[in-house]
Design a protein around this ligand. Structure first.
Ligand SMILES: Cc1cc2nc3c(=O)[nH]c(=O)nc-3n(C[C@H](O)[C@H](O)[C@H](O)COP(=O)(O)O)c2cc1C
Length: 173
């Protein structure tokens, strides 16, 4: 069994996927990680949209000009959203949920990458979130934080190394 630290060291963003779809039980377990994630004041503002439809995923991959195109080759996307009226720190809540889902995917032998949506633009006139809202019929009360691309790894990447640790970022007082 891998320790949590082994998993954290091993996890690298995966942007190339095989065609094989994720098992439904694995998707359920990834969603459990998101739903069990801690939230400020236990306000639980996060919601998730699971997208397995190839045509919809290809459309999602066009949500911004940079950093999302690879999603077209992923068998699964999970959109991470929240109701900002439920929590003033919904961004933090969504980030924790997304991270725990990524770690659970890694634990299940799946690769993933976070695609930033909040503060990103589709083009000069439309926010990436507005484009996704139209595409997936997202209700107005929800803000869109990110998308996770998930699938079996098409390429295994090297794990993080001891040399890459920026120990100078740590102060002990
Ligand atoms: C908040 C956040 C936003 C990110 N946005 C994107 C993105 O839009 N597209 C992408 O391909 N990767 C994105 N990433 C993945 C990072 O590029 C990646 O985690 C970083 O380069 C470190 O590489 P690693 O995950 O392989 O260790 C994002 C990661 C985080 C934490």
């Amino acid at each position: 069994m891998q320790s949590m630290l082994d998993l954290i060291q091993k996890r690298r963003s995966c942007r190339t996927f095989t065609e094989q779809p994720a098992f439904s039980d694995d998707i359920t377990n990834i969603l459990k990680a998101g739903l069990w994630a801690p939230t400020s004041k236990n306000s639980r503002p996060c919601e998730f949209i699971v997208v397995g439809d190839r045509a919809k995923i290809e459309q999602l991959a066009k949500c911004k000009p940079h950093g999302a195109a690879f999603l077209a080759g992923a068998p699964l996307a999970i959109v991470v959203l929240a109701d900002p009226h439920k929590s003033d720190v919904w961004i933090e809540d969504c980030s924790i949920a997304a991270t725990l889902m990524q770690m659970t995917a890694e634990d299940l032998g799946l690769g993933s990458t976070w695609i930033q949506v909040r503060l990103r633009n589709y083009d000069d006139t439309l926010a990436a979130a507005a484009y996704i809202r139209q595409l997936l019929n997202v209700p107005e009360y929800l803000e869109i934080a990110s998308i996770l691309a998930i699938g079996y790894k098409g390429k295994e990447r090297l794990p993080n190394t001891e040399e890459s640790l920026l120990w100078e970022k740590v102060r002990r007082v």
